[in-house]
Unconditional design. Structure first.
Length: 80
């Protein structure tokens, strides 16, 4: 059941990151997929700096941060 919750948080994070990164998004579906991947990336980044918190809101914040970082990195390679 937790994996479904993580996927839903990732989808929401991808949507929010796409809205935050105006001009950096790749469309709704790709942003949602990047949100799921960004959730894992955000969790990894937070573990590197030693920040470990719990709760659904914290997981959403971390996933949004990870998705924004991922969208930013991918936008560096995006053709104008």
């Amino acid at each position: 059941m937790n994996i479904i919750l993580y996927i839903l948080v990732g989808i929401l994070a991808g949507f929010l990151a796409g809205k935050i990164m105006k001009g950096g998004g790749f469309g709704l579906i790709v942003n949602l997929i990047l949100g799921v991947i960004g959730g894992f990336l955000g969790g990894w980044l937070m573990s590197l700096v030693g920040i470990q918190k719990a709760g659904l809101l914290w997981e959403l914040i971390v996933a949004v941060i990870g998705a924004i970082v991922l969208l930013w990195v991918i936008s560096l390679f995006k053709k104008k």
